[in-house]
Ligand binder design. Sequence first.
Ligand code: SAH
Length: 380
Amino acid sequence: MNGNHLADKLAQTGNLSDEELTEVLLSEDPALGGYLAAKAREVRERVYGKDVYIRGLIEFTNYCRNNCYYCGIRSGNAHADRYRLDEEEILSSCSSGYALGFRTFVLQGGEDPYFTDERMISIVSAIKKNWPDCAVTLSVGEREKESYQKLFDAGADRYLLRHETADPGHYRMLHPEAMSFEHRMQCLQNLREIGYQVGCGMMVGSPGQRAEHLLKDLRFLQEFRPEMVGIGPFIPHRETKYADYEAGSVNLTLRLLSVIRLLLPEVLLPATTALGTVDPKGREKGILAGANVVMPNLSPTGVREKYLLYDNKICTGDEAAECIRCLTARISGTGYRIVKSRGDHITEDSFDNASDTLMPEVEGATALGTDGTALPQDKV
Ligand code: SAH
């Protein structure tokens, strides 16, 4: 039987039973992905229209005290070429980003003890002072609640901390003993209590992942109701013990994006760089599956090749201006449009999401295939 009735039910009721969700996750029916994507686009357009928000990603340190087994910048990788940006370099990336239309800056890095609360406070407050109309998102891993509070008080608006997996046994397979599932989950609770817009998420197809784990991830998302969800396929890195594992599936990632959009209609959902790495049209397909955010790289080109979480990462050679030009063209090709806006989560008391289109909408570019993949070749 085809699974479209499940997509209809999910769209109408915002939920499915465990058995039904598992059927959607395991489905081999190619039409189901396309049908789910169409339902997800309806929902995202009702909430966010055709707007796609951009976040300028500044990867400011690849030093990390952790040794997550899947990650290329894990502490145990002696071959990683380590770097950190100083405050001036970070502000200079923000400055070029602002001129290009970015109104959110995401500071992401390994858990680098060099970036004490004092240094982070100085960076966050300088960004907020120079560009008060911008949002600052932090993605620097697990810290104490007091530290999260200080960074929030300094002006940070949002925090990305993927939960990685909602199953404690699976978490143990992916992380060394020194790290704990409970602590990561506690961090997410703390961030929420402090008042951040919070993002969590997981890799798709990470080593040892089964459908029952993804089901738990979805249930966790429903319960926690994050403002943002970051998901992307797992991609092996040659200097990890999972070097020979297969990358996560593009189609499963797309199906999950659609399901997450239908479970959490207002969620901010990026089409990630990892998705663009495993498929040359991955980010466009992600947008067509219900995503509404892209995160172009704003890091100085000199360090980009060093922030290698996984092999073959895209966009490591391009200037920021080139990245935004390329992405703008790609997104226009889907019929959606990149806008100049903070792009806050829509809630009853949300900020004004008024936005300008960064580039004129391309008329007539909305001819979407039913599987959400029928983009003209010349848009690649
Ligand atoms: N230190 C920060 C940022 C981590 S990097 C933190 O702990 O949150 C951001 C994300 O990249 C991770 O949360 C992980 O989900 C993802 N990632 C790491 N290695 C990856 C790999 N090999 N393939 C795909 N995604 C990966």
